[in-house]
Design a protein around this ligand. Sequence first.
Ligand code: DQQ
Length: 541
Amino acid sequence: NLMLSWQRTSYHFQPVKNWMNDPNGPLYYKGWYHLFYQYNPDSAVWGNITWGHAVSTDLINWLHLPFAMVPDQWYDVNGVWTGSATILPDGRIVMLYTGDTDDYVQVQNLAFPANLSDPLLVDWVKYPNNPVIYPPPGIGVKDFRDPTTAWTAGSQNGQWLVTIGSKVGKTGISLVYETTNFTTFKLLDGVLHAVPGTGMWECVDLYPVSTTGENGLDTSVNGLDVKHVLKASLDDDKHDYYALGTYDPAKNKWTPDNTDLDVGIGLRLDYGKYYASKTFYDQNKQRRILWGWIGETDLEAVDLMKGWASLQAIPRTIVFDKKTGTNVLQWPVEEVESLRSGDPITAEANLEPGSVVPIHVSEGTQLDITASFEVDETLLETTSESHDSGYDCSNSGGAVTRGSLGPFGLLVVADEKLSELTPVYFYVAKGADGKAKTHFCADQTRSSMASGVEKEVYGSSVPVLDGENYSARILIDHSIVESFAQGGRTVITSRIYPTKAIFGAAKVFLFNNATKATVTASVKMWQMNSADIKRFPLDEL
Ligand code: DQQ
């Protein structure tokens, strides 16, 4: 079936077949980036969770390796679940992961590489006295999982800390444990943070970002000019949320910058399909890199038919946004640009209200698009429109809803007749206070004529500062569209399942569906080569 085979990606990480979910234990070691991931060796749906393993020298081209860990012990026989790596100062690597026991109790286990002189870290050994942490009193045995990378908290000698997500009633919490040897752990008093109403916190992440420098920070860094990001994946709504704050190890507390209780846990990392993300510090390029799991938004029966499900997002560098001070910036790692093929395709256009302009491209299936848009500033000031102050991407009718100053943007993976299309766009609303508020949205309502696929409009507001153009970067790779606004302030990942706009029929258009504003657009985009993703010479993979 051509339509289904088109959906498989060409430069996103995915196993040869079957089900994948969370990224696990990412790390850089002896010239290689390692990615482990939740994997079902037997089917395209979740189950039998095993740790898949792949390595890369550039985060883009991969070599699949044998499974790192399989569910073969009483303490993980119902699944080798999510975990994180810590590289100790003496060069040892410890992997802490959650095991689902023979009794369905969530425990934390320790594993380490069998041979540290092997840069591929092919063989892994589980600690014989696992588990190293059991659910503490008062915590449900099924509510205790996904240990983070460990960090040291300054003065305390040889002490490492690790945090693990949980819940009490409907309050999501993160517990902190102290250890010196990674085999015995002590639960600290209090919780790192708690937010009522958020339910179980999965895949918690805590890491420093620099408020002054350009580089990423190693996980143990704290002090002046440092903020800490706390991220939780909410099991109840399957989205990743984060907030910026301050971490005080002496008090065992992380405090959000914005203490307004209404913000809950904070902002979404990605407003599309994106979950269970995890960062690591890349000591090779002094950057912090974010991995995230991109699920499917089609029917499970179709996943079983195509024989695979889920992708990993292109890894993103993550830094503090010094210009706004309110958010992080996520951006595809620079290495993805090595796949850009030949000269860029460029287009400049003056988009009158209500116009659609094609950009010539032979096949719009694998693209890296950069686009910027200018709107007449005086129109921003003089328009009397204020009815759209309550605009929000998800509930305002998508790209067909017209306002004075938007929507405008790109139509991607669209066929010539626009019977299938995915608009990625800005919508500038003028609030009752007279100020413009910009929204960045991706509209899946017409991405596919197939039934049984989710057809939502994703997105959120995005800060646009004085003197900035509206700017977007869009990575297209068959059934995935990753869209970044304003340098990565707001990010949206879409999965799309077109039936007609595939292969050479997939095109790109500029559009301006505003009623008043003329928009000047400037586009530079590249066809993308496929990544080299090799099988390990063991065919049972
Ligand atoms: N996936 C793992 C759990 C984690 C969940 C199981 C998040 O450890 O909480 O596959 O997607």
